[in-house]
Design a protein around this ligand. Structure first.
Ligand SMILES: CC1=C(CCC(=O)O)c2cc3nc(cc4[nH]c(cc5[nH]c(cc1n2)c(C)c5CCC(=O)O)c(CCC(=O)O)c4C)C(CCC(=O)O)=C3C
Ligand SMILES: [Fe+2]
Length: 315
């Protein structure tokens, strides 16, 4: 596995029960100016799933799927909930790990999707502990593309109609954050469009596809990327739709709530046939990709000037 003697799966974290929901959410939005009403609304999404985020089980499943692929120990740490990255890195140090590849559960450029994971790495690194090397963006990796293409094909088959439009979705972000993503701006959206095109081509389709946004947060006066997936569905002229959550690597709460609950209900009201493609999850091509990334030459870290943090607001 290249030069690494361990893998650190670095993720977002999520609540494991009803009492975890508010403390988790407060960790996520500390200093980020997310209105209280939005927080309570998202808390309800989690509570409607028993206060348990699907992300933790998905990370555990990914680790189990990775074990036979990798010849090094696998560790798991999060930004916002247990197991916290800080605690994991202390354990790695005690175990004598020298240099670990860091696989962040996010494929694309941008502050939330990339820079914030570098910030996590800086915060959790300890003197005498392992060197932590973040793997590169992987939205265009053939393993990720193959996994998404397979899952999209399965959704098209479930829908049983070939005239369905592929509607790719990703987490909306503030327009200002999108404009400063990557060394010359716009890289979050550009990479998402590239991945969508690769998935569409892998399916041998030449029909047009769409990229729309979901899960908008933040104060209403701040512009975020649009159109929102729900507005798009209300206006579409497509006879049927397959939603492809290309911006997520597993079926996060945003996917199971904003798409499987909200978008599905809206489509039913509109009489629009709709299916949702599974995310990469533990697809074998995606699992293999992690080992392939570790075997690549050590990635050059992103420049410190790209994907800057948004200006912090009072909570
Ligand atoms: C681009 C992006 C990704 C993809 C990249 C990646 O995967 O990292 C992502 C992932 C995730 N976001 C998640 C959860 C939340 N994100 C929030 C808020 C926000 N997300 C943002 C962006 C992103 N977020 C932004 C700009 C905010 C505004 C506040 C801020 O500037 O930070 C909030 C606050 C409430 C609200 O939604 O308003 C929650 C609860 C979970 C866990 C899900 C689960 O439990 O399954 C995951 C994986
Ligand atoms: Fe988020």
């Amino acid at each position: 596995m290249g030069n690494y003697d361990a893998l650190l799966l670095l993720s977002f974290g999520g609540p494991e029960g009803p009492d975890d929901v508010m403390p988790f959410l407060e960790n996520v939005v500390r200093g980020r100016g997310v209105p209280r009403e939005r927080l309570l609304e998202v808390a309800e999404h989690y509570q409607s799933f028993g206060g348990v985020s699907p992300i933790n089980g998905q990370n555990r499943d990914l680790i189990e799927a990775l074990r036979p692929e990798l010849d090094v120990p696998i560790y798991w740490g999060n930004r916002n909930w247990h197991p916290f990255g800080e605690d994991t890195v202390r354990r790695m140090k005690a175990d004598g790990v020298r240099k670990a590849a860091v696989f962040a559960t996010s494929a694309f450029a941008g502050y939330s999707s990339c820079r914030q994971y570098y910030e996590d790495i800086a915060r959790i690194s300890v003197e005498g502990g392992p060197e932590l090397v973040k793997m590169r963006h992987f939205g265009d990796h053939p393993g990720f593309v193959a996994a998404m293409a397979d899952h999209t094909r399965q959704a098209l088959d479930r829908l049983g109609r070939d005239d369905a439009r592929l509607v790719f979705t990703a987490h909306s972000i503030p327009v200002s954050m999108a404009e400063t993503a990557g060394p010359s701006g716009g890289l979050y959206e550009a990479q998402l469009r590239r991945s969508a095109e690769l998935v569409s081509r892998a399916l041998g389709r030449d029909q047009p596809w769409e990229l729309v946004w979901q899960s908008r947060s933040g104060p209403p006066q701040v512009p975020w990327l649009e159109p929102d997936v729900l507005d798009h569905l209300r206006k579409t002229s497509a006879p049927a739709v397959v939603l492809v959550p290309i911006g997520f690597v597993s079926d996060h709460m945003e996917v199971v709530f904003d798409l499987d609950v909200e978008a599905r209900q809206l489509a039913a009201e509109l009489g629009l046939p709709l299916e949702r493609a599974a995310t990469a999850g533990t697809h074998p091509a995606f699992v293999r990709m992690v080992g392939e990334l570790m075997a690549e030459p050590e990635p050059v870290p992103c420049a410190l000037t790209c994907c800057p943090a948004p200006v912090r607001r009072q909570a």
